[in-house]
Write a protein that binds this ligand. Structure first.
Ligand code: AMP
Length: 214
């Protein structure tokens, strides 16, 4: 049966990095609600402005708006078979809505928790930089680019620091994660759909572990 792979983990745990690798290497489309919302920010509509404001604060967009976006995105042709959700669901209501969607799409849900301790998360998030052209993620502390501030593959592009990767928003995002999203780990564990990987090691080792679970 085709699957909806759900990567659960705090902001900065490496969900995006792993989802990108699954996409590149196994052709499993990466559906990232954070990326979709960030793209919306370039639009000048009331909804886009609202999304921008909520994201900058580190809070969550409403469950219904998020569901609509996930539903629309995953109804496209590239999501006919297995796809990976990176950053969704993030609340109990979203998890319920996803059950419904999985049923409609005839897919089973497999959740993978990517676990990293909070001190490490703070460092990863405040040090995170990404290439605006290819999306490659760097870290000024642990994974710097060859030339400071420049993507290795796209040296003309200046690396960007996400607006919500500042210390205040990061605190709010980590609190929101603990309060709203972490309980989903139990939810998937109780229905025997959860596996856990240690997200603190090497990117390639973590990828192999996730790859082996699928
Ligand atoms: P991320 O890139 O996954 O860290 O998401 C960045 C921001 O987008 C979050 O802090 C939220 O404001 C918003 N967002 C992403 N995914 C969701 C979701 N599933 N539910 C609500 N808001 C979301």
């Amino acid at each position: 049966m085709d699957k909806i792979i759900v990567l659960i983990g705090a902001p900065g745990a490496g969900k995006g990095t792993q989802a990108r690798l699954l996409d590149e290497r196994r052709g499993i489309p990466q559906i990232s609600t954070g990326d979709i919302f960030r793209e919306m920010k370039t639009l000048d509509t009331p909804l886009a402005r609202e999304v921008q404001e909520i994201m900058a604060s580190g809070k969550l967009i409403s469950d219904d708006i998020t569901y609509k976006i996930v539903r629309e995105r995953t109804s496209r042709d590239d999501c006919k078979a297995t796809y990976v959700l990176d950053g969704y669901p993030r609340t109990a209501v979203q998890a319920e809505q996803l059950e419904q969607l999985a049923k409609e799409q005839g897919k089973e849900i497999q959740a993978i928790e990517v676990d990293v301790d909070s001190e490490e998360l703070m460092k990863r998030l405040t040090g995170r930089r990404s290439c605006p052209v290819c999306g490659e993620i760097y870290n000024i502390y642990s994974m710097p680019p060859k030339v400071e501030g420049r993507c290795d593959e796209h040296p003309d592009a200046e690396l960007v620091h996400r607006a919500d990767d500042n210390e205040d928003s990061v605190k709010t995002r980590l609190d929101t994660y603990r309060e709203n999203t972490a309980p989903l780990i139990d939810y998937y564990a109780k229905s025997n759909r959860l596996a856990k990987v240690d997200g603190s090691g090497d990117v390639e080792d973590i990828y192999s572990e996730i790859d082996g679970l699928l």
